[in-house]
Design a protein around this ligand. Structure first.
Ligand code: PGA
Length: 249
């Protein structure tokens, strides 16, 4: 089955609401595409302005994180309902920066994934190994464990709407992209893991992205691989280059 590519920008902690609108106005004409789905994952405070700014375009807006409880005494957190009500359709869950700086674990990732699906947000679930783990030769074991925990109690109907982003930690923000063969090997292993968990139909449908120093120069080779369905793009999503990544062909 031919899967549509999905290219998502991860703005991280960049751009105020007014700066977000200016960047979206700049990128709008550059990211037009008939066959690639485009998402901008932006800081929570930027979402209402971003949703307004992308009206009538092919761009969807996503959050970069959410909490797994519905509401309550969780100072500073953002709920799935808040993201949805503001107009977000996607949410990044378990980015390695959240795991490293904000104590996210595979268990909290799973709780957030379940909540996102319950509410109707499409999660972009991140996984990835450290350089040490790659050198130890445990990359595939590690990723399979992350995926299995992230998908605990997720139904097949939900899983087929999931997006998985394979992001080797050593490639994020470092300019060191995984080679297309390295990326394809792990994305293929993730699809095989999903096949074991949910069967062929879900494995065929699920979107698996590569992320980590994707840029206008390497996107075409990465996205040409059969198990790589697009990318999660950090640094290059804040520049005109993002248009070239979306229109990589
Ligand atoms: P990068 O970030 O493209 O700047 O490496 C990717 C990410 O963290 O999602």
């Amino acid at each position: 089955m031919a899967r549509r590519k999905l290219v998502a920008g991860n703005w991280k902690m960049n751009k105020t609401p007014s700066e977000a609108v200016a960047l979206i106005e700049e990128l709008k004409p550059l990211v037009k595409s008939d066959d690639v789905d485009v998402v901008f994952c932006v800081p929570a405070i930027d979402i209402p302005a971003a949703v307004e700014a992308v009206k009538g375009t092919n761009i969807a807006i996503g959050g970069e994180n959410m909490y797994f409880e519905d509401k309550g005494a969780y100072t500073g957190e953002v709920s799935a309902d808040m993201l949805l009500d503001a107009g977000a359709k996607y949410v990044i869950i378990g980015h390695s920066e959240r795991r490293e700086y904000f104590a996210e674990t595979d268990i909290t990732v799973n709780k957030k994934v379940l909540k996102a699906f319950e509410k109707g947000l499409r999660p972009i679930i991140c996984c990835g190994e450290s350089l040490e783990q790659r050198e130890q030769g445990i990359t595939i074991d590690w990723i399979r464990q992350q995926i299995k925990i992230a998908f605990l109690n997720v139904t097949a109907d939900q899983a087929k709407r999931a997006v998985i982003a394979y992001e080797p930690i050593w490639a994020i923000g470092t300019g060191k992209t995984a080679t297309s063969d390295q990326a394809e090997e792990v994305c293929g292993a993730i699809r095989a893991c999903i096949r074991e968990l949910y069967g062929e139909a879900v494995a065929d449908q699920i979107i698996i992205q590569y992320g980590g120093s994707v840029n206008a120069g390497n996107a075409a080779e990465l996205f040409a691989k059969s198990d790589i369905d697009g990318g999660l793009v950090g640094g290059a999503s804040l520049k005109a280059d993002f248009g070239k990544i979306v229109n990589y062909k």
